[in-house]
Design a protein around this ligand. Structure first.
Ligand SMILES: Nc1ncnc2c1ncn2[C@@H]1O[C@H](COP(=O)(O)OP(=O)(O)OP(=O)(O)O)[C@@H](O)[C@H]1O
Ligand SMILES: [Mg+2]
Length: 257
């Protein structure tokens, strides 16, 4: 599976009550097949906006987003999204949540169930198929959201701070599980986070965004072999570099307010 995503000079301006608001400015980026790319940047710099554009949930004001040679013009099962907040359907069981995208695709009952069960097992939730979201912990809910995004077998997995609302220990476990799934399914992953630790632990490459209007200020290759040790000298060196870049951005944002 060799899926290539390209952003060409993408900008996004919102019309607000106070007038035009530039959220993204001239983002150009090539995400390589099977790459795990983390996007990091200060709050409000346009990370969610960028993922929504790639998902096709919104359109750029100018520029192009190209997936496998075709321009992205709307949502598609090609791009599976895991949102910032838990976004399960509360009235559906785990199985029915995971089957959702497959229903949209028009897949028949039996095939749908088999595929959903496969991904439920992959995220370690076998036995919970008939539970409702309210019966699950935060970490389990996020596993369901990941299984739902994977079930349609998308070319690209788009993840918007998927582990932001779980406790630190669960977050570490979910990160390890995600890397395992990524290794097995050979997906291209675009993962937004505001955590430097998370980015250095997960990514092949980290794209750092500036404060609003968000543009890319640096792409950093994290060339540390996996499994990575969270406390190793190399991990710490990358962490320090990223923290420095981000604090520079934060100070710029303070000056411009
Ligand atoms: N639909 C919209 N209409 C108007 N402004 C919007 C809209 N969506 C986002 N914005 C604005 O665009 C900017 C970027 O928002 P976005 O949610 O992409 O930031 P973010 O980097 O994901 O922030 P966070 O880290 O807090 O999640 C913000 O100033 C936000 O207010
Ligand atoms: Mg966001």
């Amino acid at each position: 599976m060799n899926h290539k995503l390209e952003l060409r000079n993408v900008t996004k301006t919102f019309n607000t009550e106070e007038g035009e608001m530039e959220a993204l400015e001239g983002i150009s980026l090539v995400v390589k097949p099977n790459e795990f790319l983390c996007i990091i940047g200060p709050s409000g710099c346009g990370k969610t906006t960028l993922l929504r554009l790639v998902a096709g949930l919104d359109q750029p004001s100018s520029g192009e987003i190209i997936l496998d040679g075709k321009e992205v013009i709307g949502p598609s099962p090609d791009r599976g999204m895991v949102f910032q907040e838990f976004s399960l359907f509360p009235w559906r069981t785990v199985l029915k949540n995971v089957e959702f995208g497959l229903e949209i695709k028009g897949m028949k009952d039996k095939a749908r169930r088999e595929l959903a069960e496969k991904y439920i097992e992959l995220v370690g939730l076998k036995g919970f198929e008939n539970c409702y979201p309210y019966e699950l912990s935060g970490g389990m809910k996020q596993r369901v959201a990941i299984a739902r995004a994977l079930a349609t077998e998308p070319a690209i997995l788009l993840m918007d701070e998927p582990f932001g609302s779980v406790d630190a220990q669960t977050r570490n476990i979910l990160q390890e599980e995600l890397l395992e799934i990524w290794k097995r399914t050979k997906k291209t992953v675009l993962f937004v986070t505001h955590s430097v630790d998370e980015a250095v632990y997960l990514a092949d490459r980290v794209a750092v965004m500036s404060a609003r209007p968000g543009c890319l200020i640096k792409c950093l290759d994290i060339d540390i072999p996996r499994p990575r040790k969270r406390t190793s000298v190399e991990v710490n060196e990358f962490r320090e570099q990223l923290l420095m870049l981000l604090s520079l951005e934060r100070s710029k944002a303070c000056i411009s307010v």
